[in-house]
Design a protein. Structure first.
Length: 117
C-alpha cells in the first residue's frame, strides 16, 4: 500500500447534486450556504446540466483544507434530501474524484473519462 501525505490536500470541493425535481431545494440550500458559510467557502455556479465528471446537475462549494471539519460537518447535518460529493484537491483530479470521494446521501458513478487528458 502506498501512503499519501494528507498535507498534499490543498483544498476541498463539495458538489451538491440535484435534478429538475429537486432544483428548488438545491437553490434554497445554495442560498443558506452562502448566508451561513459565506466567509468560509466559495459557492460556484448553478449548473442545470451535467458538467465534467458529474452525471447530474450540480453546484460547487469550494473551501480550504483548514475548513474541512466545519464545512463537511455542516453539510452532513444540513444537506437534506440532496446528495453531495466531497473530494480533496491534491493536483491529481482523477485520483481525487475516484479514490478520495466522500458521499453524503446516495453515491453516483462519475464520468471519470472527463478527468483524463
Amino acid at each position: 500500500m502506498s501512503v499519501r501525505d494528507p498535507s498534499s490536500i490543498t483544498s476541498w470541493h463539495a458538489h451538491v447534486y440535484f435534478g429538475a425535481d429537486t432544483r428548488d431545494a438545491a437553490w434554497a440550500l445554495r442560498e443558506v450556504i452562502t448566508t451561513e458559510l459565506g466567509a468560509r467557502v466559495q459557492v460556484g455556479r448553478f449548473h442545470e446540466k451535467p458538467v465534467g465528471p458529474h452525471p447530474a446537475w450540480t453546484f460547487q462549494v469550494a473551501f480550504d483544507a483548514s475548513e474541512f471539519a466545519f464545512v463537511a460537518g455542516w453539510l452532513t447535518l444540513n444537506h437534506g434530501a440532496l446528495d453531495v460529493l466531497i473530494h480533496p484537491n491534491t493536483g491529481d483530479a482523477l485520483s481525487d474524484h475516484r479514490d478520495g470521494a466522500l458521499w453524503l446521501g446516495k453515491s453516483y458513478s462519475l464520468i471519470l473519462e472527463a478527468l483524463v487528458d
